[in-house]
Design a protein around this ligand. Structure first.
Ligand code: ADP
Ligand code: MG
Length: 634
């Protein structure tokens, strides 16, 4: 009897191997993008047609390949990344198994154009069924363009196993995102059926996360950073409110490789315990960097699972890093009660009250709520004798007191007449409708910023505490609102127009908003050459400058959230969104000049007291109120 064992022909061996590495279009996307990263590219473009079933193309500006290497790269076990087995333990590249291109060439029609910087001409290679159909010199840019056509054209059984286009597209996008998230310093784009869906400019990790997960994450990321001798973890976790009911935005990278690890996921979940509902999942993007010798990445054909040398340490480290970050975020900054020199000089603090002021306070309802029985805030008057004791302790002797009172009265006579207290009191029936500015008219108003959030401004008899962001929102709202009804608004032309390219749905939305945006001072034009692309050429004067593109994207995001509220016209929605978005934020330091114009602009508003959505923009305190609180009435 004849022997029956024979070696499989290359193309069949490769097809079998391909079963592990290339399961669907998404897996090819992952391999090709990783090859571009490994080749040192800084710009990587992915083009997909028909969910990758007809075409997957990756264009990179990496180092390219020589004529021979181009051919070699499609051989099984052909790699430039390792030479011996020990290299596996110092691996810094994404690939190393030398299987991807061989597998792809076994199950699709492949076209490659590649050129190195040192070569005059590049190589153009066509491969089908693992066999070279043609190889020719060609003129092309430095880098590589690899096109994979008709995946599984020669393995119909596997082609039939592919899912619907939306499902396969989703897989492609997932793989694209995982690579793009891991390398924020590189430019990535993804175009699907001719429409650019992602355009990710190089930036830092946070910018990349926001580019990908959306602007709604902007203020909701808590930074994680912990370093240890042989390992460090960095990245972001979403604040508890970003937790989802479905396992959504969870990304774990070890040495920039996206991995799935139920074990480490558990470490993060447990760090979040008590902070989010039991059935929801925290969002996170975390990068662990450690010595490659401490991980085995060769335990899974697509390398999505890895083995740590000491898993328990990694678990504990990740968990404590996340806990630490969350603790820093949730503990409110401790309030600083020491008054600085500026505030000590405020009239309200340094000067005593007049008799009229005391009376005004005593009759105010705020004071009454503090002083009437059965009221929630009643402060029981302390035992008089005890109080006296303390008074005498703190107050100057009777003699001194008399002389002091005199000098103070003299001082006070020089002071402008206090405005009616009703305009400043907290408890007035309509406390904020005053169109008069409570700010001092005759004396110079003093300004001070507290916690980078509040502007304290001296008023004629007392002081107002303005919330900088809410106040500015009101100011901008009135300004934009007037502009949208025909008032002149100053527009400022940008020196460098910004280009904005949007997903199709957003582009349609923005197109519809252009006339209204124009009315409030924006100059935005749809690009004539590129679809879904806009140029921002001018912005309203006096708004935050710098990231106009981001501002418009944020606007679209907010606008979408508004869409359920039918009661507003589009224009009103737009004005509200713009005002909210362009308002100076808390956390921003303001100069005295800026504080002064904020206060003046606020009190020049028609309705200075509340934001368009009804939050108070400022509260005012009269000297009398303070006096009342300290029981200095009698
Ligand atoms: P691996 O990435 O595991 O080495 P691949 O089959 O993915 O194996 O690629 C084989 C080889 O082809 C790589 O080691 C690399 O030298 C070369 N190569 C693949 N893609 C590119 C590219 N885009 N630019 C330059 N060289 C590439
Ligand atoms: Mg590879």
């Amino acid at each position: 009897m004849a022997d029956i064992i024979q070696l499989l022909p290359d193309n069949i061996a490769n097809q079998i191997a391909a079963g592990e590495v290339i399961q669907r279009p998404g897996s090819a996307v992952k391999e090709l993008l990783e090859n571009a990263v490994d080749a040192g590219a800084t710009r990587i473009q992915l083009v997909v047609v028909d969910a990758g079933k007809s075409l997957i193309q990756v264009i990179d500006n990496g180092k390219g390949m020589s004529e021979t290497d181009a051919r070699m790269s499609f051989e099984r076990h052909a790699t430039s990344k390792i030479k011996q087995i020990d290299d596996l333990y110092s691996i810094k590249t994404m690939g190393f198994r030398g299987e991807a291109l061989a597998s792809i060439a076994a199950v699709a029609q492949v076209e490659l154009k590649t050129k190195r910087a040192e070569d005059e001409l590049g190589t153009h290679l066509i491969i089908e069924n693992s066999a070279v159909v043609s190889q020719q010199p060609c003129a092309c840019n430095v880098g590589t363009i690899i096109s994979m056509k008709n995946l599984f054209f020669n393995v119909p059984a596997r082609r039939n196993f592919l899912k619907s286009n939306p499902v396969e597209t989703r897989h492609i996008i997932d793989e694209f995102i995982r690579v793009a998230m891991a390398f924020p310093n590189l430019f990535f784009s993804l175009s699907i059926n001719g429409a650019e869906q992602f355009h990710l400019d190089a930036g830092n990790a946070k910018q990349r996360i926001i580019q990908i997960l959306g602007n709604s994450y902007n203020a909701k990321l808590v930074s994680v950073k912990e370093e240890m001798d042989y390992m460090n973890v960095h990245g972001f976790v979403g604040k508890p409110e970003t937790a989802r009911k479905t396992r959504g935005d969870q990304y774990f990278f070890v040495n920039n490789r996206f991995i799935k690890s139920a074990y480490l996921n558990h470490a993060i979940n447990s760090a979040f315990s008590e902070m989010i509902a039991k059935d929801s999942f925290p969002s996170y993007v975390l990068f662990i960097d450690l010595d490659p010798a401490q991980v085995d990445v060769n335990v899974h054909p697509t390398k999505q699972e890895i083995k740590f040398e000491d898993e328990k340490i990694v678990y504990a480290f990740v968990q404590s890093a996340v806990k630490h970050a969350l603790a820093q975020f949730s503990i409110a900054p401790s309030l600083d009660f020491t008054l600085n020199a500026d505030i000590q000089q405020l009239d309200a603090i340094s000067k005593p009250f007049t008799h009229e002021q005391k009376e005004a306070v005593a009759s105010s309802s705020l004071f009454n709520t503090f002083s009437k029985k059965n009221q929630a805030h009643l402060i029981e008057p302390t035992n008089q004798s005890e109080l006296k004791h303390w008074k005498s302790f703190y107050e100057p002797s009777a003699l001194n007191q008399a002389s002091q009172e005199k000098t103070l009265t003299q001082q006070f006579a020089a002071k402008p007449l206090p405005m009616g207290n009703d305009q400043l009191s907290l408890d007035d029936d309509s406390p904020f409708v005053s169109t008069n500015s409570p700010l001092s008219v005759h004396t110079t108003t003093q300004y001070m910023q507290l916690h980078y959030t509040y502007v304290v401004a001296t008023a004629q008899s007392g002081f107002v505490v303005i919330h900088q962001q809410l106040a500015h929102e009101r100011i901008l709202y009135e300004r934009f609102s007037a502009a949208s009804h025909g008032a002149q608004i100053l527009s400022q032309q940008l020196l460098f127009p910004e280009t904005l390219s949007l997903p199709p749905a957003d582009a349609a939305l923005l197109q519809g908003l252009l006339p209204s945006l124009h009315a409030i001072g924006y100059t935005i034009e749809a690009s004539e050459v590129e679809q879904h692309c806009f140029q921002i050429k001018g912005v309203p004067a006096d708004t935050l400058q710098g990231n106009e593109k981001h501002a418009i994207e944020l606007l679209l995001e907010q606008f979408k959230h508004f869409s359920s509220e039918v009661k507003f016209s589009n224009r009103e929605k737009l004005v509200r969104c713009m005002a909210r978005q362009q308002a100076i934020k808390t956390g921003q330091a303001l100069s005295t000049q800026e504080m002064a114009s904020l206060a003046q602009d606020l009190f020049a508003c028609k309705v200075p007291n509340v934001t368009p959505t009804g939050s108070p923009t400022y509260v005012s305190f009269s000297e009398g109120q303070l006096d009342g609180m300290f029981q200095r009435l009698m």
